[in-house]
Design a protein around this ligand. Structure first.
Ligand code: SF4
Ligand code: SF4
Length: 145
């Protein structure tokens, strides 16, 4: 009898603690939590800051990034490197390596996390291309990083 009472008391205690405990979840999507400051959500690429060096492509472990470069000749005869970046974001694991590798701060992360898409094509990101003076870029456009 004494043991039964103990078990009942323990059950009551447990129920009380469960009822009084602060919820660990929210009623998403009605309620939304703000992700922490350093959360890695949607990737943001800044073509103005990019110098097409290719470090992000070289270091991405998921083969998400493709740096497309081409050399064009200007009217004054000097050569200019231009190009763009392509991101296949359905493969991205949000490791942050591309941002870490980029010396130009051209890749950052937003805190946007609702990224589901019904179609793979919608995950493809293609930037407008930066134009980089020949002297500003160490990369050899003929060699993939
Ligand atoms: S976050 Fe990681 S997986 Fe995604 S593009 Fe950058 S390096 Fe690649
Ligand atoms: S590492 Fe940065 S500067 Fe270099 S190609 Fe990637 S985004 Fe552009």
């Amino acid at each position: 009898m004494a043991q039964k009472y103990t078990i009942a008391a323990m059950a009551m205690e447990l129920m009380e603690s469960l009822l009084l405990r602060k919820r660990a979840t929210v009623l998403y999507p009605v309620e939304r939590l703000t992700p922490p400051e350093r959360f890695r959500g949607r990737l943001r690429y800044d073509p103005e800051a990019c110098n097409l060096c290719g470090l992000c492509q070289r270091d991405c472990p998921a083969d998400v990034i493709n740096v497309v470069r081409k050399r064009v000749e200007k009217e004054d005869g000097t050569k200019e490197l231009t190009g763009h970046l392509e991101f296949e974001m359905d493969r991205c694991i949000f490791c942050g390596q591309c941002s870490h590798s980029c010396n130009s701060n051209a890749i950052t992360f937003t805190r946007e996390f609702e990224l589901a898409q019904p179609d793979r094509e919608l995950f493809m990101m293609k930037s407008g291309g930066p134009e980089v003076d020949e002297g500003e870029c160490d990369a050899d456009p003929d060699v993939s990083p």
